[in-house]
Design a protein around this ligand. Structure first.
Ligand code: PHE
Length: 344
């Protein structure tokens, strides 16, 4: 085989083989195989010494050209490999923008929180301030200063969770009223609401829960009357159950108010004609209220000959149950999303 033929054969073989290189590493192997010290090209070059001086320039030209061609093959395969690398990376990082998004469920406020906030806003609009107090309370504030001395039979109305002889989980939010009156040392008028959790040793059933929420109000001033109480509660009832609601007051008993009343609102379901919700009476009991008892005013530093006050207390669960026709109070506390999710 002439040198020319050998070179031609080498070029052809190189063309085929270099095309098969799939990585830079394989390509370097090819480069070594053809152009390295012990490669095919070197072995052809070694024949130079056997040639006559006249033959050498042609030989040189041919070999140079062959070397150049092989280098070009390598260069162009290098580009191919690099492009393939980029392509593979693009494939790997491909994002399908047409894929529909994952659903992240949104939470929302619990119905009781919604009602509490709605009531707070209503009373703030009437000039009230929100007051909060501890859920672990001393007997003195939960009972004694509310005209309920230790042996008072009315303590049975609110079965309690005692922690020690003198501390208990508050059975109502009224102790916050005591705290506020004591803070003001009988000097300033008071107009507050106290929303919060309360606890009673009841057996849980459809209408009883050992933990529930109350919202109480207290107004103390020099010219506060029962008419103010009635007007306030009528406005609250209309806000909660609709503009055409009426209220009526029935005499009742609470140790901390005198006189005490139970407040009924005309039924929002039947408008007063009588239905299953109002048990055919046309009226629904929604809260307890009254004029602050003289003993309560006096025990917390207010002079009853100068100051009068009214107070009212309602259960937030009860309001929610009436408004939305919920018939089991336990539903608020069992965290079933099928229930909770209905009140977005
Ligand atoms: N504290 C009373 C209760 O929990 C409710 C109430 C508050 C009644 C204020 C009258 C005045 O039963």
């Amino acid at each position: 085989m002439s040198v020319k033929e050998q070179l031609q054969a080498m070029k052809e073989q190189a063309k085929e083989q270099i095309k098969l290189a799939r990585s830079i590493h394989e390509l370097n192997d090819m480069k070594a195989k053809y152009l390295g010290k012990k490669g095919s090209f070197a072995s052809i070059m070694s024949k130079m010494k056997d040639l006559s001086p006249e033959e050498r320039p042609t030989f040189g030209k041919l070999t140079n050209e062959a070397k150049q061609v092989i280098l070009e093959y390598i260069e162009s395969q290098k580009e191919v490999i690099e492009l393939a690398k980029i392509e593979a990376k693009l494939q790997e990082e491909k994002i399908d923008v047409t894929l529909s998004g994952r659903h992240f469920p949104h939470g929302h406020l619990h119905l009781l929180t919604q009602i509490k906030r709605d009531m707070e806003e209503f009373f703030i609009g009437m000039g009230y301030t929100i007051k909060e107090g501890p859920e672990i309370e001393i007997d003195e504030y939960n009972f004694e200063k509310l005209n309920l001395p230790k042996d008072h039979p009315a303590r049975d109305m609110q079965d309690s969770f005692y922690i020690t002889d003198n501390t208990l989980l508050r059975t109502h939010t009224s102790p916050v009223q005591v705290r506020t009156m004591l803070e003001d040392e009988g000097k300033n008028p008071i107009k507050i609401i106290c929303p919060g959790k309360v606890y009673r040793r009841d057996d849980d059933d459809a209408t009883h829960s050992h933990q529930f929420m109350q919202l109480e109000g207290l107004v103390v001033d020099e010219k506060t009357t029962m008419a103010d109480l009635k007007g306030t509660l009528h406005a609250a009832a209309k806000h909660l159950f609709g503009e055409s609601r009426e209220i009526r007051l029935r005499p009742s008993y609470f140790p901390f108010t005198e006189p005490s009343v139970e407040v009924d609102v005309s039924c929002h379901n039947c408008g007063g004609k009588g239905c299953h919700i109002c048990k055919q009476t046309g009226w629904i009991e929604i809260l307890g209220a009254g004029m602050v008892h003289n003993n309560v005013l006096r025990d917390s530093g207010y002079d009853p000959s100068k100051y009068q006050g009214f107070a009212f207390g309602m259960g937030i669960e009860r309001i929610a149950m009436l408004k939305y026709g919920i018939n089991d109070i336990r539903a608020f506390y069992t965290n079933d999303l099928r229930f909770i999710g209905q009140f977005k």
